[in-house]
Design a protein around this ligand. Structure first.
Ligand SMILES: [Zn+2]
Length: 430
C-alpha cells in the first residue's frame, strides 16, 4: 500500500529555501501565559491536573475560555454536546467553516499539555488573525470538544455516533455523561442536532502533543501526522490438561502455559521482523486454575496490533496465527482465536499534510512524518471533512501524568505552524 512507503521515510527537512516567507506569527508570550493560566483550573497538590470532563474545574475553565475567545474576536457559544465553540465569519458567503479543535479535559492526575496545547494555540491563532485584521474566505471555528478522555463524546456528536445509552454511563468524574453535558450548558436530549454531513465542514486541523518520545528523541520540532493508527484485538485461548504438578512426569504434560510463553515470544519476533512502526502487545494473561501445584490446563491471553495500514495488521495476525497454531499443537494443546475489537485507521488528508510540511519548512522548523499511536478527536471528523494533525514534542514521551511537558518554544512553533496551515487551507479548500 502507498501509505507504508512514506511512513518509513524520515522526512527531516532543515531550512527550506523555496517556501513563501512567513508574514504573520503568533504572540508566543501571550499563548504561554494563557497555557499557564489553565493550570489554575484543577491543579492538584502533586502538580497534576484533575480537570476531568464535566467537573466544576471544567466548567470554570470554560468561563475563562469564553472571555478569552471574545477578546480574540471569536463569538463563543456552548453547543448541545457541551462543546465550547468560538466562531468568526468568513468573507465569502456560503463556504463551510474550517475547524481547529482539541480538548481541555484531563485524565485524573493528568498533565497540563495533552489537548490544552491545541485549544490555546487555536484561540491564539484567532487572536493573531483578529489583530492583524486578516479576514479568511471561510468562517473559522475554534472548538473545545467535551469529554475527550472519557470517550470523545463532544467530537463524536459531530459524527452522529454517540448512542443514547451512553448518556447514562458514568464519566471519569462523578456524573453520568448526559448529566455532565447539561452541567457544561449543553442539551443531551438534542444531541442529534450536532450531526454533520460531508460538506458541512471545509476542513479540520488539530495541534496536539505527541504523547510519544519520537520527536523528543530525534530533536524534531514538528510531527506531520500521517493518520491515527487502527487497532485490532483478539483473545487467544490455549487448552491443555490440568494435572498434579508433583506426580505428572515432564514428558507427559499438556501444560497450556508453556506454549503460551513461547507464543508471546514469537509474537514479538513477528511484529519486529518487518520494517515500519507497527506495534503488537500481549497485555493480559489468565492462567487456569492458577495454583502453584497444578499444571496449567487453560491459558487465555490478549493480543493487540496497531498500524496505519489495516491490511498489514491483518497480515501480521495471520502470521502469528499460523506460527502459534504450530507451537500449540506440537505441545499437545489446542488453540483458538477470537477477535473482539476493531477500530479502523484514520488517514490524514494529503493536501493538509503538505501544508503542515510547507508551513514548518517556511518557519525553519524540522519535521518528521509519523502516525499517531493514540486516539484523538480528529478521528471523529473522518467521514465529514479532510483532516490534518500537527504534533509537537512531549518530553521523554510522558503523557497522562503530572510530568507531561512541552516547552514554550515548542508550543509557539506548533501554533505558528497551525496558523500558517489554516491560512493555506483557506486558500486551498472550497
Ligand atoms: Zn488529547
Amino acid at each position: 500500500m502507498k501509505y507504508g512507503f512514506t511512513l518509513f521515510c524520515l522526512m527531516v527537512s532543515p531550512v527550506m529555501l523555496a517556501a513563501d516567507p512567513i508574514e504573520t506569527t503568533v504572540n508566543g508570550q501571550r499563548l504561554n501565559a494563557t497555557m499557564q493560566h489553565m493550570h489554575t483550573f484543577g491543579e492538584n497538590e502533586e502538580g497534576g491536573s484533575d480537570r476531568v470532563a464535566y467537573s466544576d474545574h471544567n466548567r470554570l475553565a470554560y468561563s475563562y475560555l469564553f472571555s478569552l475567545m471574545q477578546q480574540s474576536g471569536l463569538t463563543p457559544d456552548i453547543d448541545v454536546a457541551g462543546n465550547l465553540v468560538g466562531r468568526r465569519p468568513g468573507k465569502i458567503d456560503g463556504l463551510a467553516p474550517i475547524i481547529i479543535g482539541s480538548h481541555i479535559d484531563t485524565v485524573p492526575n493528568g498533565g497540563h499539555y495533552d489537548g490544552i496545547v491545541g485549544v490555546m494555540a487555536g484561540i491564539e491563532v484567532a487572536s493573531t488573525l483578529h489583530e492583524a485584521g486578516i479576514e479568511l474566505d471561510h468562517p473559522l471555528a475554534v472548538i473545545v470538544w467535551s469529554n475527550e478522555e472519557g470517550g470523545k463524546t463532544g467530537s463524536r456528536s459531530y459524527a452522529g455516533t454517540v448512542a443514547e445509552r451512553e448518556l447514562s454511563l458514568p464519566s471519569l468524574g462523578d456524573k453520568a455523561i448526559g448529566a455532565g453535558i447539561s452541567h457544561l450548558g449543553g442539551h443531551p436530549e438534542r444531541l442529534g442536532e450536532n450531526r454533520k454531513r460531508p460538506g458541512d465542514v471545509a476542513g479540520y486541523v488539530e495541534l496536539h502533543v505527541e504523547q510519544g518520545a519520537i520527536l523528543d528523541r530525534e530533536k524534531i520540532s514538528i510531527g506531520v501526522v500521517e493518520g491515527i493508527v487502527g487497532i485490532k484485538r483478539w483473545y487467544i485461548t490455549i487448552e491443555g490438561f490440568a494435572n498434579h504438578a508433583g506426580t505428572t512426569p515432564m514428558d507427559q504434560r499438556q501444560d497450556a502455559l508453556y506454549p503460551a510463553a513461547l507464543i508471546v515470544a514469537e509474537i514479538r519476533q513477528i511484529i519486529t521482523a518487518e520494517p515500519g512502526r507497527q506495534v503488537g502487545t500481549v497485555g493480559r494473561l489468565d492462567v487456569k486454575p492458577g495454583a502453584p501445584n497444578v499444571i496449567p490446563g487453560e491459558v487465555m491471553f490478549s493480543l493487540e496490533i496497531r498500524d496505519l495500514d489495516m491490511d498489514k495488521v491483518t497480515g501480521l495476525f495471520e502470521k502469528i496465527r499460523a506460527s502459534a497454531t504450530e507451537i500449540a499443537e506440537s505441545h499437545g494443546t489446542s488453540i483458538s482465536f477470537d477477535q473482539y475489537y476493531e477500530s479502523p485507521a484514520t488517514l490524514t488528508d494529503n493536501g493538509i499534510k503538505a501544508l503542515v510540511q510547507e508551513s514548518a519548512a517556511a518557519l525553519g522548523l524540522t519535521t518528521l512524518h509519523l502516525p499517531s499511536g493514540a486516539g484523538h478527536d480528529a478521528q471523529s471528523m473522518k467521514d465529514i471533512a479532510p483532516l490534518g494533525m500537527i504534533f509537537v514534542p512531549s518530553k521523554d514521551g510522558v503523557s497522562h501524568a503530572p510530568t507531561e511537558f512541552t516547552s514554550e518554544q515548542q508550543i509557539t512553533d506548533g501554533a505558528n505552524v497551525l496558523l500558517n496551515t489554516i491560512l493555506g487551507m483557506d486558500r486551498l479548500l472550497r
